[in-house]
Design a protein around this ligand. Structure first.
Ligand code: G1P
Ligand code: ZN
Length: 595
């Protein structure tokens, strides 16, 4: 019997001969002659391949371990079952270190498992919103997203793999749980070792694997996404805003891709379509595989560089930043006036009529994740709109959108999006804000102040304690569980900075999906006070080292709407720390990040 290496040599010599005879391109020739066989590779399970809030995230060196990535990809396909045969999948990610290796592994495993076609972004590059878009426009079974989102990248940092289902959204818990179970018992994966496929340039390549056709279509990373944005927004109007229109001077924006994947989309949309200046209106737009050694997370700590630029240069009217894979956004106005994501959601909700997509389709309900401040709830109440509170993580919005009951949603963690796709969408959020600004002809700060005058203000802050010792963090959560289970906790009054808060309700948040009735438990400890203020405790499900404790603080003021949020919330933060005994359990005096 011939070995596969012999076979490929024969194929290659046939290929050279045909190439001499016929001067068609290499890609076209490969279509007809590459005939390959798959093999079964024995493997053993790895511990801890449990997808978190948004996929499996680990250090790059973990993904590089022999068979680690292969095992996980095979388990995704196994969990999908018979549907995989003949299916099409989208593959791409934020281009972080190890992406290309992972794409190659996926190609070889997918082909061996009978997948009929992969749609891959050029160079393996696709933002998370672009993956969601492609899954939907091509109506395929799903997509494999290669990203650890806002976690740092590069050989010493994080990589991640996440599966999105056919609606374009993150896999539900039932599927990720099934994948995890399979990772515990996997004994072999299917592989096509000789499949060499290029994905640097647009084009279609066809192979014959085990007698069946296997197609790889490499697509432009931004084409479908840009087309979708053009359907949603009025690009003519946005261009007038950015370029100025004779009556108004140019509205000066500074859009920061933080060396992440959005650089590709920012160039296409803001520079090429909307006429923004490549020198003054955009920055850090070349995607780098280590994000230039920064933490690609758009918040006041990690996007400080942008905040400082906008503060120093008062010609800027607006600033925005995105995370590594392009689903998060941060919005700031002139002088770096900060818009909390919870407020951003509420303002967009209140102004959806400025966006053609919603004019055409109407608005059907709002939602936010549980820790997100309730500013949007007030807009929903005023507009008579259905309102949902779901656990943390975008996967919980998908069913409601599919059922036509949800148009706009968001999370306090810099995620905003609509039912145009099934992921949060950073660029969409910025275009939404610019549409509102163009329509109202007001500054960011004025829009917020007007909003608070109508609705009152939810002051909100989040304290993150990153990379705590996991056991310490677990002990703190156990302490909280015990505390809230004690019947005397409700009714207790806690005082700090001259303010008193009486506990009204305390629980561990659980959620029953209104559509499929699935239940998500233990989604964060909530302490709700008589005056409507809230303190929430969660452990992050996206970190790759130790445990990250998140403390969310939310307090509503009807009239006192222009105070400094950190000053305003200090007493409630103290109460939150007192209840949790965070310092005692973790030894931490200060959070790593305050947003
Ligand atoms: C974090 C955010 C959450 C978001 C997720 C993915 O998850 O808190 O809102 O959906 O990243 O971007 P966490 O680390 O808190 O589990
Ligand atoms: Zn992200």
């Amino acid at each position: 019997m011939r070995s596969s290496l012999d076979r490929i040599d024969i194929e290659r010599s046939k290929f050279k001969k045909t190439q001499r005879l016929n001067k068609t391109s290499r890609l076209e020739r490969l279509e007809t002659i590459m005939s390959l066989s798959s093999i079964l590779v024995p493997t053993t399970p790895f511990e801890g391949q449990k997808p978190g809030t948004s996929g499996l995230r680990k250090k790059v060196k973990v993904f590089m371990e022999k068979n680690y990535t292969e095992n996980f990809v095979q388990c995704i396909l196994n969990a999908l079952g018979a549907k995989v045969k003949g299916a099409t999948l989208v593959v791409g990610g934020d281009g972080r270190y190890f992406s290309k290796q992972a794409v190659n592994i996926i190609i070889r495993i997918a082909a061996a498992n009978g997948v009929a076609k992969l749609i891959i972004g050029e160079r393996g590059i696709l933002s998370t919103p672009a993956v969601s878009t492609l899954i939907r426009t091509h109506k395929v079974l799903g997509g494999i997203v290669l990203t650890a989102s806002h976690n740092p990248g590069g050989i010493r940092h994080d990589f991640g793999i996440k599966f999105n289902i056919e609606n374009g959204g993150p896999a539900p818990d039932s599927l990720t749980d099934a994948v995890y179970e399979l990772t515990k018992t996997i004994t072999q994966y299917k592989f096509t070792p000789d499949l060499d496929c290029e994905f640097d340039k647009k084009g279609v390549q066809t192979f014959n694997v085990d007698g069946s056709e296997f197609v790889v279509e490499v697509v432009d990373s931004s084409e479908d996404y840009v087309a979708l944005m053009k359907e949603i927004f009025d690009f003519g109007k946005l261009k007038e805003l950015i370029r100025g229109d004779g009556k108004r001077p140019p509205f000066q924006v500074l859009i920061d891709s933080m060396n992440g994947v959005t650089g590709v989309y920012v160039t296409r949309i803001f520079v090429e379509e909307l006429g923004a200046s490549p020198d003054n209106n955009v920055r850090r737009i070349i995607p780098l595989d280590n994000f230039g050694e920064i933490h690609p997370d758009p918040n006041l700590t990690y996007a400080k560089d942008l905040v400082d630029r906008v503060k120093e240069d008062t010609t800027y009217d607006f600033g925005a930043a995105f995370d590594g894979d392009g689903d998060r956004n941060m919005i700031i106005g002139k002088n770096a006036f900060f818009v909390t994501p919870s407020d951003s959601l509420a303002v967009i909700a209140n102004n959806l009529q400025c966006i053609p997509y919603f004019q055409k389709r109407g608005v059907h309900g709002f939602a936010r994740s549980m820790p997100t401040a309730a500013a949007v709830d007030r807009v929903a109440a005023k507009l008579g709109m259905e309102m949902f509170e779901v656990p943390t993580g975008w996967k919980y919005f998908g069913n409601l959108m599919d059922a036509g009951r949800l148009s706009l949603c968001g999370e306090e963690s810099f995620g905003t999006g609509s039912d145009h796709i099934r992921e949060k969408d950073g660029i969409w959020a910025v275009l939404a804000w610019l549409s509102i600004i163009a329509h109202k002809n007001m500054s960011v700060e004025d829009i917020l102040t007007e909003h608070w005058k109508i609705y009152g203000r939810n002051y909100f802050t989040r304290y993150d304690y990153e990379e705590c010792n996991t056991e310490d963090a677990n002990r703190m959560m156990e302490h909280l569980e015990k505390l809230i289970a004690n019947s005397s906790f409700v009714g207790r009054t806690l005082t700090s900075g001259g303010k008193s808060y009486t506990v009204k309700i305390a629980d561990n948040f659980s959620y029953i999906d209104p559509i499929d009735k699935s239940c998500a438990k233990n989604q964060g400890i909530r302490v709700l006070f008589e005056d409507g203020s809230r303190v929430i405790y969660r452990l992050s499900g996206t970190g790759s080292t130790g445990a990250t404790i998140r403390l969310y603080i939310d307090s509503y003021e009807k009239d006192n709407v222009t105070a400094d949020a950190q000053v305003m919330l200090k007493p409630l933060v103290e109460v939150g720390l007192e209840i949790s005994q965070l310092k005692k359990f973790t030894g931490r005096d200060q959070p790593t990040v305050i947003t």
